[in-house]
Design a protein around this ligand. Structure first.
Ligand code: FES
Ligand code: FES
Length: 157
């Protein structure tokens, strides 16, 4: 299989990678860009651990071909806080106990940040949209408390 050149904006920075044609976005992020915050759980689109924002929407990066990201805007958990130390949801997750083993956390925070960005603040709707992010540890209530706390936070940008 040949290689392809992929140019994309990664966490606000223009980057170019030469990757095998079949490479997944998840592998480009972890192995080529060294951004190991994004996790691999199931590798099959089921668990949400690998979620990143692709053009502003949460996607499972294990199911996305890197080559299809030419010209795209990709944000990983490392890029969420922008120039602040932490995104409000990252802070709320820590303060509210939404992080236990932490394996699901990058995906949860990335999806949650997109929900907040799109003004989705109702608990029921947040719960539905987070259904693709599995957590084995928290029972979800702490995660939802953190989302609600971050949604209430005024003027975070
Ligand atoms: S590793 Fe991608 S959805 Fe589970
Ligand atoms: S904190 Fe362990 S899987 Fe969610």
């Amino acid at each position: 299989m040949g290689s392809v050149t992929v140019s994309l904006v990664l966490n606000g920075e223009q980057r170019t990678f030469e990757v095998p044609a079949g490479r997944r976005l998840l592998d480009l992020l972890r192995d080529d860009a060294g951004l190991t915050g994004t996790k691999e759980g199931c590798g099959a689109g089921e668990c949400g651990a690998c979620t990143v924002l692709l053009n502003g929407l949460p996607v499972p990066s294990c199911l996305v071909l890197a080559a299809s990201c030419e010209g795209a805007d990709v944000v990983t958990v490392e890029g969420l806080g922008g120039d602040r130390p932490l995104h409000p949801l990252q802070r709320a997750m820590v303060e509210r106990g939404g992080v236990q083993c932490g394996f699901c956390t990058p995906g949860v925070v990335t999806t949650g940040a997109a929900l907040l960005e799109h003004g989705i603040t109702e608990p029921l709707e947040q719960g539905r949209r987070l259904a693709g992010n599995l957590c084995r540890c928290t029972g979800y209530s702490k995660i939802f408390e953190a989302l609600q706390a971050a949604a209430r936070e005024p003027g975070d940008d």
